[in-house]
Design a protein around this ligand. Structure first.
Ligand code: ACO
Length: 355
């Protein structure tokens, strides 16, 4: 039976460290508030106008490719998960192909728009391409340059303090080794609360989602003959061009869905929580991870947390944390590892891997 294994893994964190106190100088917040509610001490920001989501992804990908013992020309498919793409279109997949200097046009490239769950969805998707025999070296990337799109005024503080920049990447290859590789994946979606955690403008919605809101929003649309305007002056003036999050709502669902989906992948593989060497949760918020740990009765050494240093890097958080755990020697060959994520959509999912 062919399965996929992670043949190489890499991460990239920009050098610029932004501590909670640095944010305190531009908005009304405090180190104490941020640490108490989220566990975050600092995050990284990419260099404005020099680094992008794609360039950071390329840095992580080069490490993963080298560790897999292959060259960029061996990559036959790219899966790129991000919510902060360089361009509205085309997606970052093709930009990464160019950035890596991959000249072959036999390669496929695809973007995944599943926010915090993007990497988990990407791994499940890449796994299917490998199992079907269609591709042999699939590059799965999660990368974010949040710092370019956050509201640095006090108005945006509940969101802005949480997020950071970074990238993580893996190379998936087929393996015939019994019991090795990705054992199971579970993916879920529930669009009924799509606007609870969303970045709506610019978008071609034309007010569409008002029918799902308690209070309609006036976006300042005029009587344009063609309805396709993405951005109005009002949106920019009133700061409607930033992410929105109903924090308490997200918290309640996240702490419910994380344990459910972790149990699901374990049960599908005939394993139990005691078999788990390491849980790599999406680094949403330290409080969420601690809640999940308690719920599943996991020891401290069975859960990897690094949000304290990097903040929430959305699609990049799972591969960055996995890479860090591997580099630290906390995951060894034969260990059972679970990746799990929950995020905007809402979508949630998990992958179970025998390392
Ligand atoms: N600094 C200081 N005060 C703040 C800040 C800040 N950065 N942000 C919000 N506040 C204030 C609010 O204005 C509010 O003040 P008020 O009571 O005077 O109105 C007060 O703190 C409480 O605001 P809430 O938004 O209700 O804050 P809450 O206690 O819920 O904490 C938080 C916010 C940390 C986001 C929490 O809701 C949470 O943990 N949510 C989970 C969602 C999450 O972690 N999302 C991560 C990204 S999504 C994902 O990855 C799945």
């Amino acid at each position: 039976m062919v399965r996929s294994r992670i043949a190489g893994i890499g991460k990239y964190l920009p050098a610029h460290v932004v501590a909670n106190n640095d944010l305190q100088s531009v908005m009304e917040t405090s180190d104490e508030w941020i640490q108490e509610r989220t566990g975050i001490r600092e995050r990284r920001y990419g260099i404005k106008h020099e680094e992008t989501t794609t360039t950071m992804a390329a840095q992580a990908a080069r490490v993963a490719i080298e560790r897999a013992g292959i060259t960029v020309e061996d990559i036959d498919f790219i899966l790129f998960a991000t919510l902060s793409p360089d361009y509205y279109f085309p997606g970052c997949g093709v930009l990464l192909q160019r950035e890596l200097g991959i000249t072959s046009t036999s390669i496929g490239a695809m973007d995944i728009r599943n926010q915090c769950t993007g990497f988990v969805y990407g791994l499940a998707t890449g796994d299917q391409f490998i199992r079907s025999g269609m591709y042999k070296n699939v590059l799965v990337v999660g990368a974010e340059m949040h710092s370019m799109g956050l509201d640095y005024s006090t108005r945006g503080r509940n969101v802005t303090v949480i997020f950071g920049d970074g990238a993580g990447a893996v190379v998936l290859q087929p393996t015939q080794e019994k019991g090795q590789g990705i054992l199971s994946s579970k993916l879920h979606a529930d669009g009924s609360h799509a606007e609870k955690l969303a970045f709506i403008n610019p978008g071609a919605h034309g007010g569409y989602h008002n029918r799902y809101l308690d209070e309609p929003v006036d976006y300042g649309y005029g009587n344009e003959e063609y309805g396709g305007i993405f951005l109005t002056e009002k949106m920019v003036r009133e700061g409607m061009t930033y992410p929105y999050m109903d924090g308490p709502f997200v918290f309640k669902l996240a702490v419910q869905k994380f344990p459910e989906v972790i149990q699901e992948v374990l049960s599908e593989a005939g394993a139990s929580i005691e078999d788990l060497r390491m849980l790599i949760p999406h680094q949403a918020n330290l409080r969420i991870s601690q809640f999940v740990q308690r719920n599943l009765k996991l020891r401290d050494d069975q859960v990897w947390n690094n949000i304290q240093k990097y903040g929430n890097t959305t699609a990049a958080s799972v591969p960055i944390a996995l890479c860090e755990a591997v580099e630290a020697g906390a995951i060894q060959r034969g260990d059972l590892v679970c990746l799990a994520a929950f995020g905007s959509g809402f979508t949630w999912g998990a992958n179970l891997i025998r390392w």
